[in-house]
Design a protein. Structure first.
Length: 280
């Protein structure tokens, strides 16, 4: 692994700018095969940020205080080339890890995404997802509740919604350290949850989800773990039903171009699982 003694790095982050006149923002899930762009009706603006490398002080950040939590936990499944094998082998060990780290009683993984950076390629179809380079949150409250209805037996849903539940994204580099286009995470304690997030309809061919676009706030404090290896992972909180101010509710995040990346660093590859996490 490359040296990780860099304490922070400057970066240019892409923030959400909503459409005018209160029009509801939307984005299609699949990219146009010709342009590589996903159709949308909002714009983005780039802002300078300083991203702190928290290596050596990872323990200061937890899923409840900041909205993210780093862990060293080598995976038994390491190939990540076959979706069926990932679901059969990587899902169960990830469920065990999430239960161990959170104390949850039930964990249901509802999807995964593999991202492989391909400079110069415009294709961003489901099999060729690239790192996301805009500040966002994966799920709104509305979308999170809809996920429970979508992925759990109908008879279980009322009882599950009565108690605390979360959506957690378990993100891990695969094959090589994530030095190129690493992941930046915004400490929830620096977020204004009433002003910074705005809902964006995520349009699938057969349904609609909803994410948050994040508007620029100069108070945002950005963190990353430089040179994350495949033996390391990060829990990213996308949603928490506890919204009384006592815990982080979500974590804005984005891939970013790190100017300290060694020129010979390999292209980033990563896998993320999204899980519904329930508590008794």
């Amino acid at each position: 692994m490359a040296s990780t003694d860099i304490s922070s790095t400057p970066a240019l982050l892409s923030y959400f700018v909503p459409p005018e006149n209160g029009v509801r923002a939307y984005q299609k899930i699949n990219a146009d095969p010709i342009t590589g762009e996903r159709e949308h009706n909002f714009t983005r603006s780039k802002h300078n940020a300083v991203i702190e490398n928290v290596r050596g002080k990872e323990d200061q950040y937890t899923i409840d205080n900041s909205g993210f939590q780093f862990v060293r936990s080598p995976a038994k499944h390491t190939s990540f080339n076959n979706d069926d094998e990932i679901e059969k082998e990587y899902y169960p060990e990830s469920i065990d890890l999430l239960k161990k780290l959170t104390g949850a009683s039930r964990v249901v993984i509802f999807d995964h995404t593999i991202r492989r950076q391909r400079p110069g390629e415009i294709d961003d179809t489901p099999q060729k997802r690239q790192p996301v380079s805009q500040v966002h949150v994966d799920q709104t409250t509305k979308a999170s509740i809809a996920r429970v209805h979508r992925h759990l037996p109908a008879e279980d849903v009322p009882r599950l919604l009565e108690k605390r539940f979360q959506i957690i994204n378990l993100w891990r580099p695969i094959n090589v350290p994530a030095l190129r286009w690493p992941l930046a995470l915004c400490d929830y304690r620096s977020v204004d949850p009433t002003k910074d997030p705005l809902p964006v309809a995520l349009v699938y061919p057969d349904r609609e989800g909803e994410t948050y676009g994040i508007t620029y706030n100069p108070n945002h404090r950005w963190k990353y773990l430089r040179g994350m290896t495949p033996e390391e992972a990060v829990l990213i909180k996308c949603f928490d039903s506890v919204q009384d101010g006592s815990v982080a509710v979500f974590t804005p995040h984005t891939g970013f171009e790190d100017p300290t990346t060694p020129p010979d660093a390999p292209n980033r590859e990563s896998i993320e699982l999204r899980a519904l996490v329930f508590y008794d």
